[in-house]
Design a protein around this ligand. Sequence first.
Ligand code: GLV
Length: 310
Amino acid sequence: MSELVICFNNKDPYPWKKALQDALPKSTIHVWENGQHYEQACMALCWLPNEDILNTMPNLQLLQSVGAGVDFLFKLDLGEHPPRIARVVDNSLSQDMFEFLLGLLLSNMKRLGYYQMQQGKKQWSPQSYRRIEQTKITIVGLGQIGSYIATKLHQLGFQVSGYAQTKKNLVGIHCFDAAEGFDASVHQADYVVNVLPLTDATQGFYNKERFTAFKSSSIFINIGRGGHVVDKDLIEALDIRQVSEAYLDVFHQEPLASTHPFWTHPKVHITPHIAGVTSTEATVKQIVANFLAIQGGKALVNEVSVKKGY
Ligand code: GLV
C-alpha cells in the first residue's frame, strides 16, 4: 500500500506526477482513470475529484487537497471510517491572492475598466477616483490567507477590518467576531472581500439578509468559494443597488455554465478561479512528507479536522 493517485478535474495532473515521481523515484504515482482500481493506493492527491474515487481505492488512508481549500473533499461520501484529510499551506498562494486582490482593488479604485470601455467608444471622460488612505476594506474570514491579506493591505495604508467567527488579533485591524456581528463588520466597508473556508456552516453565507448589511455603494469580491454565495440573492442585491458591483473568481460550478446569468450581468466581473493557484515547487515537499508520514504512522503536515471541516 504505497501508491499515490492524482485525482484532478480542471487542472493538469502531469506536472504534479513528474514532480512527485522525481521526489519519490521508488513509488508508483498514478493519474486516476475511470474504470481503474487502485488497491495499493494509500493517498489520493485531489482537486475537484470525481465522486466515486473512494470506491476505487479500498485501502486509502489520506485524502490530500492540492489546494488551500478542502470543501470538495467533504462532498465525497466519506463513509463511517473516513480517511484522514490534509490541505496544503503555501505562502506564495497567500501572496498570489493578495497580489490579485490588490490589482483588482486598484483597477476599480482608479476606474481602469471604465476607461477601457471608453477607449472602445473613443470617449475622453475623466472620473473621480478613490485613494488608498480613504478606502475601507473588510476581509471576511481571518484564517491563514485572510490574515495575511488583511495585514498586507493595512501595511499599504488601507483602512482594514476583519470578520471571523472567533476573536482574532491582528495589529492595526479591527477584528469583529460573531458576538460583535457580521453586519457591524461590513456596514462601512467600500469593499467586502470573502476568504472564508467553505463548510456546512458557511455554505450560502452571503444571502439576502447579509447583503442588506452592506452599504449600498459597496463592492463585493469573492476569492473564497462559490458555495458561500446564494447567487440569486447576489443578483437581486446588485439589481436593487444594495451592492454596487461584484468581482467573482469562484463559482458553485466551475467552469461557470455558459447559461449562468453572471456572465452577462453588467455589474458582475468574472475571472476563472485564478486568484491563487498552488505552485508545485512550493508544495510538493509537504505532499511528499504526508505520503511518507501516512506510511510510517507519523504526524501529518496541515491535517484538517474531519469534524470541523477545515
Ligand atoms: C484555491 O482555490 C485553493 O483552494 O487552493
